[in-house]
Design a protein around this ligand. Structure first.
Ligand SMILES: Cc1cc2nc3c(=O)[nH]c(=O)nc-3n(C[C@H](O)[C@H](O)[C@H](O)COP(=O)(O)OP(=O)(O)OC[C@H]3O[C@@H](n4cnc5c(N)ncnc54)[C@H](O)[C@@H]3O)c2cc1C
Length: 434
C-alpha cells in the first residue's frame, strides 16, 4: 500500500507524465470564492490556517497524495529538523511540549497532520497545477490542474497563492560519462538510508546539510563514503555555548552588527571544530550570516560528519571531471572506483513552468524578484509564501501577511456583496407591482 502511495506521489512530480496528462484531458470549471493555494506543504497549510482564522475560506491543490510530500516522500529516514523546534512552528499552533528540541521527520509530519486537522484543511490531492494565468478582462486567475485520473479542472479565483516551495524539483547536474558509469546514480530525494549501501564505495556530490548528513548516515551503515567539495562552505557546530547556534545568532543580532556576530561565531567554531580548511573545507570570504543574507546560502550545521572526515572515514574529493565505468575521474587527475553516486545537489522552484506571469516571479530561478521581506505580494491578487530562503520562519511571516492582506479585500468585497444583495432584495418585484 505504502509502495503504491509512493509511486503515485512520485508520478505527480514527473514532467513527462504531467505533459501526457495535459494533452489528453477534458476540462471542467470550478469557481473558487476565496483564495486558491497551490501546494500543501508547510507554507500552503500555514496560509490556509491563517486565512481560516480570519474567516476566509480557501481551496488547496496538491500534486501528491499527501500533505508535506517533500517530507513524506523525498527525504531520508534519519532526517530531523535542522533548527530547534521553536524556530519551525507554523502560526497559531505550537509543537507538542514532549517533542525533542530537534523533532524527527515523522514527528514533524505528525505535527503537520494535526495542524491540518485543527484548521480543517482538506487539500485536493493528486491535482497538479499545469498552468495559471491572469485574465485581465474578467479580473480573475484561471488555474488549470490535471489529476492522475486524466481529468482536468480549471479553477477561477480572485486570489492565487503560490506555495509550491523552493524545493519543488530536484537539481540533477549533467556530468560527462553519466551513461558509462553503470552503477546507481541518484538524487538525495530518492535516498532513504545507508542500509542498502553497506560495504559499498559511495561518492556523495555536494556538501550542504543534506550531503553532509547522507555521508554520516553512510558511515553509520558501514558504507565507504567520499564527499565531493566543489565550493567553499561554512560548517558550524549545531550548538555552541550551551545554545543552538541558530538561536544564539538570532539573539546576538538583536544587539550587535552582523559582521561582529559572524566574527564571534567563527571564533567559537574554530575553538570547537578547529581549522576546517585543513580537512579540505575552505571557508567563504564572507561570514556565515552575511553570506546567508546576501546569497541565501545556508551554513552547514554539523551533526557529527566533521569527526568522520577528520578520522578519515569520509574522504574529501575535488570536483568531478568525468565518470567512467564504475569509476570517477577528478579534476586533479586522480581516478577512483565507486559503486554508487548520490547527488546532494539541491532543489529548484518550478514556478516558471506553470505560472504565466513574469512581473512578480523571476523566470531564471522561479523566486519572487523583490528581496525579503517584500517578495510575498504581487499584482492582481497574486501572492508567494515560502520563497524567502529563511525556512519555516520565513513561511510563517509570509503566511500571516498574506492572510491579513486578503482578509482586508475579502471583508471590503463582502460589504459590497451584502449591499448589492440587500438592494436586490429590497427592490419591489415586477410581480407585486403589476
Ligand atoms: C532536507 C530538508 C530539511 C529542512 N529542514 C528545515 C528545518 O529544520 N527548518 C526549517 O525552517 N526549514 C527546513 N527546510 C526548508 C523548508 O522549511 C522546507 O523545505 C519546507 O518543507 C518548505 O515548505 P513549503 O511548503 O514552502 O515547500 P514544500 O514542503 O516543498 O511544499 C510544496 C508543496 O507543493 C507541491 N507542489 C509543487 N508543485 C506543484 C504543482 N505544480 N501543483 C500542485 N502542487 C505542487 C509539492 O508537491 C509540495 O507538497 C528543510 C528543507 C529540506 C529539503
Amino acid at each position: 500500500m505504502d509502495c503504491l502511495r509512493e509511486i503515485q506521489g512520485k508520478q505527480a512530480h514527473d514532467p513527462i507524465f504531467i505533459e501526457k496528462m495535459n494533452t489528453s484531458v477534458s476540462w471542467r470549471c470550478i469557481c473558487v470564492p476565496g483564495p486558491l493555494i497551490v501546494g500543501a506543504g508547510p507554507s500552503g497549510l500555514a496560509t490556509a490556517a491563517c486565512l481560516k482564522e480570519k474567516g476566509v475560506p480557501s481551496v488547496v491543490l496538491e500534486r501528491s497524495n499527501c500533505i508535506a510530500s517533500l517530507w513524506q516522500l523525498k527525504t531520508y529516514d534519519r532526517l530531523r529538523l535542522h533548527l530547534p523546534k521553536q524556530f519551525c512552528e507554523l502560526p497559531l499552533m505550537g509543537f507538542p511540549t514532549d517533542f525533542p528540541t530537534y523533532p524527527i521527520k515523522q514527528q514533524f509530519v505528525d505535527y503537520l497532520e494535526a495542524y491540518a486537522r485543527e484548521f480543517d484543511i482538506k487539500p485536493r490531492f493528486n491535482e497538479t497545477v499545469s498552468q495559471a494565468e491572469y485574465d485581465a478582462t474578467l479580473g480573475f486567475w484561471r488555474v488549470k490542474s490535471v489529476g492522475v485520473n486524466g481529468k482536468g479542472t480549471e479553477y477561477v479565483c480572485r486570489w492565487l497563492v503560490v506555495a509550491t516551495g523552493e524545493n519543488a524539483e530536484a537539481v540533477m547536474p549533467e556530468m560527462e560519462g553519466m551513461g558509462e558509469f553503470g552503477g546507481d546514480i541518484r538524487h538525495t530525494s530518492l535516498y532513504k538510508s545507508g542500509e542498502e549501501f553497506r560495504g559499498k564505495r559511495v561518492l556523495v556530490v555536494g556538501c550542504g546539510n543534506s550531503g553532509m548528513e547522507v555521508c554520516l548516515d553512510l558511515c553509520n551503515h558501514n558504507a565507504k563514503p567520499s564527499l565531493v567539495v566543489r565550493d567553499t562552505v561554512h560548517v558550524l557546530p549545531r550548538e555552541m555555548l550551551g545554545r543552538s547556534t541558530f538561536g544564539l545568532s538570532m539573539w546576538l543580532l538583536k544587539w550587535l552588527p552582523i559582521r561582529f556576530v559572524d566574527r564571534l561565531l567563527l571564533i567559537v567554531t574554530w575553538l570547537m571544530l578547529g581549522d576546517t580548511a585543513r580537512i579540505g573545507l575552505d571557508r567563504p570570504r564572507l561570514g556565515p550570516l552575511e553570506l546567508k543574507n546576501l546569497s541565501g546560502k545556508t551554513p552547514v550545521l554539523d551533526v557529527g560528519t566533521l569527526a568522520n572526515i577528520k578520522s578519515g572515514d569520509i574522504k574529501v574529493c575535488p570536483s568531478i571531471k568525468r565518470l567512467k565505468r564504475h569509476a570517477v575521474e577528478f579534476v586533479n587527475g586522480k581516478t577512483e572506483n565507486f559503486d554508487a553516486i548520490i547527488l546532494a545537489t539541491g532543489y529548484k522552484s518550478n514556478v516558471p513552468s506553470w505560472l504565466k506571469e513574469r512581473e512578480m516571479f523571476s523566470e531564471k530561478d522561479g523566486y519572487p524578484r523583490r528581496p525579503f521581506p517584500n517578495g510575498w505580494k504581487g499584482e492582481s491578487g497574486l501572492y508567494a509564501v515560502g520563497f524567502t530562503k529563511r525556512g519555516l520562519l520565513g513561511t510563517s511571516m509570509d503566511a500571516r501577511r498574506i492572510a491579513e492582506d486578503i482578509e482586508r479585500c475579502w471583508k471590503h468585497e463582502a460589504k459590497h456583496r451584502m449591499v448589492f444583495t440587500r438592494s436586490l432584495l429590497q427592490q419591489p418585484s415586477s410581480d407585486s407591482s403589476s
